[in-house]
Design a protein around this ligand. Sequence first.
Ligand code: ATP
Length: 360
Amino acid sequence: MSQIKIVNLQKSFGDFTAVKNSNLTINDKEFFVLLGPSGCGKTTTLRMIAGLELPTSGEIYLGDEEVGMLRASERDIAFVFQLFALYPHMNVRNNLSFPLKMQGYKKSDIKNRVEEAAKLLRIDHILNSNISSLSGGDRQRVALGRALVRRPKAFLMDEPLGTLDAEFRELMCLELKKLHLDIGATTVYVTHDQLEAMSLADRIAVMDGGEILQADEPNIIYNKPKTKFVASFIGSPGMNFFEVNEGISKDQSFVNIEGAKFVIPKQLEESKGSKNFFGIRPENLTLNNNEGLKGSVFGVEYLGSRKIITVKTSLGEIKVKTDISINVKLNENVQVKPLNNNIIIFDGQTDKSLNSEFIK
Ligand code: ATP
């Protein structure tokens, strides 16, 4: 198993640059997720690592070896396209053996490798079973086993759970995470689903427009986003943004936005633009009757132990995540104010966070 490193990686299709000057180090045994909206360059990045697409410029290292110009078959990497793409007419053993037979391995080597992978994946007791008789979890194990028998240095997965319904997907996410802990293989996983990314990843790289905007652990991506795009892409419901048409100075202590007092974080970079954004997550806002931004209740959603209350204000709709005990009616007049100082300020010109500690 191995570290993957990409250096100044770029891919253009004609005049269009799909991946722009990207740099990443994916650690040995790490579960690394490339996350972003459709068309942001996730698949192209993964395909370059796999060797299915050649870079326009830049380097790709697998361990110490530069592999950027090697063919896919010459790289010790397994690309798992779809976790359920198995041969239905073959039993488990034959499904696992097939890739090795195709590569001309000796029968005894195939037997050893298949049995070793089956043991690791805890499917050794079903080697003679038909694929059609297996549960979804076991099928997924067999599909991974097919990649594992090659003993690759890394696994690459492109939206492997994309076609599943929500409930099954959640279950498969847990299975995948468990498998990764068992196998400990470096894994690069592509998804546009932030919840999937948050639950699977050791680290996430958020991409947009062919660029990697931030690569960090899920809790850092959530709590210390470096750009407004990262902040808005993560979280359900998403972060609330308040536009303020004023520059923010380092020694300022708060901004009053339509009656709600927003305390400025202590360590702040000087803003470049005259327009800035305050970002605050729904769980960091609260409702009351006598202080803060005025509005009326537009929607109430129950989330089990919490409620999401949407409030229509002069600044647009604001989402507040409250305790289940808060009772409000539709159209009721309420006021919204920050519950704490967990506020992120974004430069209106550069989109970057001005909270100094996030940038380091
Ligand atoms: P999705 O989740 O929709 O697959 P993605 O983030 O994986 O999105 P990519 O598939 O990497 O995005 O595509 C990035 C951009 O590059 C898109 O605009 C896409 O249309 C373009 N692109 C990808 N492959 C090619 C190609 N072979 N020729 C021309 N343009 C391409």
